[in-house]
Design a protein. Structure first.
Ligand code: B12
Length: 259
């Protein structure tokens, strides 16, 4: 029984761009997510965390589409591995459910898409996969903060409890380094916390707010201006973001980290 999860984790960890870990859903770091976990899979006993690495070359590129393309791939990698693990576990009669790494998110309640069902940075610390940096991101040994994180819940009992952490650990290498803070174009980072409004407005330059503004402009314009707005660069960029599902415009806190 225990071999199944151990083997699955070992096989996945053998892939060079991946990191996988597990923690018990009783881990105190998951306390504030218990209601969400219970709603997703009431019989859950373990949380498996799946991390995939970005391409460093893509993220340091000056071409935003290249960075978005790599981000789409990295999220897909996390999703595919998480989905694969759910199927493997269910073939052996352990129910499992993958939890979104990013979107879809609950955008209807007061959370407004700014809170995940599970905070993957916290879950990763709980699973022993890394520590929190001053950039408020998870920093991993092999890939630094240049990663995407997701995972799944399963009723398979947890293993490797020795590698679990029970408190939110900060990364010792951050020490006196403030590269991430200095390189944030909006000065949104203070030690281990993020000004979400400043950051969000910048990284989602063509996101929901831009969409609402563009709609409002279109509605309030005369027919000639409306025709132009419907065909301008903003409408085209918004349309492309809807198509790709990726609407990021900044990765500086991931790139500027020397780790
Ligand atoms: C909403 C969201 C955002 C929002 C809000 C960010 C935030 N800090 O919550 C905005 C739009 C601003 C955002 C920005 C970015 N995001 Co974002 N985001 C999310 C999302 C979907 C939910 C996060 C959430 O639930 N936040 C609510 C609470 C939990 O967050 P919080 O208030 O920051 O809580 C932390 C602090 O309070 C801190 N804390 C509290 N007490 C203490 C005590 C101690 C001792 C310490 C050390 C820390 C600490 O620890 C908590 C956990 O780290 C997650 C995916 C997910 N489900 O986890 C991705 C996620 C966090 N984002 C990610 C990324 C990469 C980014 C960006 C780089 C944008 C981009 N290009 O992709 C920036 C980075 C901004 C930054 N440096 O903080 C990655 C992080 C990867 C990593 N290495 O950690 C995630 C995990 C997506 C993914 N699946 O990979 N994001």
């Amino acid at each position: 029984m225990t071999n199944l999860l151990s083997n699955l984790l070992e096989d996945t960890n053998n892939e060079k761009d991946l990191l996988v870990g597990v923690c018990s859903i009783d881990n105190p770091l998951l306390d504030s997510f218990q209601d969400n976990i219970n709603k997703i899979l009431p019989s859950a006993r373990s949380l498996i965390v799946v991390i995939a690495s970005h391409s460093k070359g893509a993220l340091i590129s000056d071409n935003n589409q290249v960075k978005q393309y790599d981000t789409i791939y990295t999220y897909e990698r996390v999703r595919d591995i998480s989905m694969k693990l759910t199927r493997e576990l269910e073939f052996e009669d352990y129910n499992a459910a993958a939890v979104p790494a990013f979107i879809p998110l609950d955008v209807m309640s007061e959370r407004k898409g700014m809170k995940g069902e599970i905070c993957w940075r916290t879950a990763s610390v709980a699973s022993g996969l890394g520590k929190i940096g001053k950039n408020n991101l998870l920093i991993t040994e092999p890939f630094g903060p240049r990663i995407r994180i997701g995972g799944l819940l399963t009723e398979h009992p947890p293993i490797n409890t020795k590698s679990e952490n029970r408190e939110l650990l900060t990364h010792p290498k951050c020490n006196s380094c403030t590269n991430c803070q200095k390189n944030c174009p909006k000065e949104a980072l203070s030690d281990y916390s993020t000004n979400k409004k400043l950051c969000g407005d910048y990284i989602f330059a063509y996101g929901l707010r831009k969409y609402s503004d563009q709609m409002e402009n279109i509605i309030n314009s005369n027919p000639d201006k409306r025709k132009n707005l419907l065909r301008d660069g903003t409408t085209r960029e918004l349309w492309q973001n809807f198509m790709t599902g990726c609407y990021y415009y900044c990765w500086n806190c991931q790139i500027s980290c020397p780790d």
